[in-house]
Design a protein around this ligand. Sequence first.
Ligand code: URA
Length: 329
Amino acid sequence: MRRQLQCLVEELKRLKREGVRTVNVSDEALAGLRASLQVCVSESPERIDPAVNRDETGAPFAGSGRDGATREPRSERPAEASGEGKRAVAEPSGHRARQTASDTSAPIPSTPPDIRLPDGDKAARWAALREQVIHCPVCRAHVRPGFQVVFGVGDVDADIFFVGEAPGAEEEKKGEPFVGPAGDLLNRIIGAMGLKRAEVYIGNIMNWRPETPSMARNRPPTAEEMAFCLPYLRAQIEIVQPKILVALGATAVTGLLGPDPNRRMGKIRGTWQEFSGIPLMVTYHPSYVLRYGSNSVKRTVWEDMIQVMERAGMAVSERQRGFFLPKKD
Ligand code: URA
């Protein structure tokens, strides 16, 4: 119960930061609140450290600050594992409310995109795929004028392929994944691993930023949206052929492994799964770290990255092994 209350307080604080001064407790709002609590309770790590973002270890992706992005309220319906809400709130799960696209959204065809890649080397196939995605009429129909469809970036020969959820406000402006606050943190995680952003590959389940009525908020993609975009991500994975995939958050997990109402991020993170025969490490989304960035959460993500480094055959120094562990006197 204490933890539930802690989650409630966190959510109310978030609303307050967004400028919300009153909360109407209609039946629907109550249901949403209940869903929020359910998510928090089922998915929170052992402990939400009140000293969010405190870091005493000198570790490299410390002091992240919070991601200012917000998300759409959850619906009252129980979810079938949609995902880690966009760059905010609770690292989620199977309990998350099913998301609905805005009524004004262009329809999502039930037929998958027809992907045709030329023969040739990785770079040529990647460039052709990029062109196809950037010009995909369905993707473009979901992007407002002046904003962009977002395709993956990085080294087509990368050993490690990070999979995120969907572009946010910064990403749809720049046409590149993970260039906002969550991207800053991801870059620091990659740096802590001894790599540069350009040495890994970064893609998203979604090629466009899921629409909301005002676009002031982010929302996780619907199952239909994910199903449409997944073949494009799969094609990127087939081109890059990484040694390891890293699913950042529950939406990435749901997109790659399929929905599972019994899946819980708190249970599955840190475990090896498989996608198309490629080992897949599940970890929390950087936005979750930004939101609940206690040392214990950072250490948890870092332990996942150590597993990734080891499996990729990278050396892990003693210093790296000690990141986010309490300092010894
Ligand atoms: N979060 C994601 O999941 N993807 C992005 O590209 C940016 C933030």
